[in-house]
Design a protein around this ligand. Structure first.
Ligand SMILES: O=C(O)CCC(=O)C(=O)O
Length: 282
């Protein structure tokens, strides 16, 4: 398979894979060149500048279904190669979300574990969080608790103002923040985090925007426990057929891809959270 960003290794060493399994995350991993990251950010900014009423909602859940440049990133061997070193050769992307904090943005993400919400089994699932802009402590980089993927903790919905998770999901027991590690990234780098790891992030107190694109990858044998939904074939083959496969959008933000995305999300919502708004970003 050719690599979309030729100068990027697109794989992991055995030691890196072992570190991922031990710590529940791996960072940094090169995902794109600096130039490609700048192009991706330019695409993102150009779309935001259009001022579409639904922009934030679309960017939050499965935007790769309406932007060809994101669909291609989801399937890019430079990104899927390292993921595949952990999850195996056959990968689906179950979701994607932007987590964006403009300069000075009060938005934060409470401590949570994704595994609590997604209804996917087994947990051969990880997020590739790709930095479209630098992600630093001062602009609210993601933070993780190494090793915390081993135990499932109780959560509650807070609906807190400024929480970037739609329902303000948070762990309802004490989290020892002294153990947290800052995931700082340069543009074009990514972190990989296990679906069970405790993670969150603080507001952006700087004048540097923090724009991250999170892709939820699953091994192709993973199932949606509550019913059949859709996913994108990201690498290899869909050997199990547990999901209906999502097509590449014909062109940016076209009517057909917008309708397809709405339908896919409606199916996902119906299976996961009947009557609850937007589970995917959480
Ligand atoms: O971007 C952040 O600060 C948090 C991201 C997150 O919660 C996730 O990718 O699951």
């Amino acid at each position: 398979m050719t690599n979309g960003d030729n100068e990027i290794a697109g794989t992991l060493t055995a030691q890196e894979v072992e570190r991922y399994h031990h710590d529940g995350y791996l960072s940094p991993v090169q995902a794109t060149t600096l130039k490609r990251a700048a192009d991706l950010l330019a695409h993102y900014n150009a779309f935001k500048a259009r001022g579409e009423a639904a922009a934030d909602e679309v960017l939050r859940s499965k935007p790769h279904l309406v932007f060809p440049w994101l669909y291609d990133l989801v399937r890019d061997p430079a990104v899927t190669g390292p993921v595949s070193a952990i999850l195996g050769p056959n990968l689906l992307a179950w979701g994607s979300s932007f987590f964006a904090k403009p300069a000075g943005d009060p938005g934060f993400v409470s401590w949570h574990q994704d595994a609590n919400y997604w209804g996917l089994e087994p947990h051969e699932i990880l997020t590739a969080w790709i930095a479209f802009s630098p992600s630093l402590r001062e602009n609210g980089c993601m933070r993780v608790l190494p090793g915390s993927q081993a135990a499932a903790l109780d959560h509650r919905d807070t609906f807190a103002k400024d929480n970037l998770l739609t329902r303000g999901q948070e762990i309802s027991v004490d989290v020892d923040e002294n153990r947290a590690v800052n995931i700082t990234l340069e543009s074009g780098e990514m972190s990989l985090h296990h679906v069970g790891i405790v993670h969150g992030s603080d507001p952006n107190t700087s004048d540097i925007p923090r724009i991250g694109f999170a892709i939820r990858y699953i091994a192709s044998h993973v199932r949606q426990t509550g019913g059949r939904t859709t996913a994108t074939l990201a690498r290899g083959e869909d050997t199990h057929g547990h999901f209906d496969l999502e097509p590449r959008p014909q062109s940016e933000y076209d009517a057909a891809s917008l309708v397809f995305r709405q339908t896919a999300l409606a199916r996902q919502h119906a299976v996961l959270f009947a009557g609850v708004d937007n589970p995917v970003a959480g």
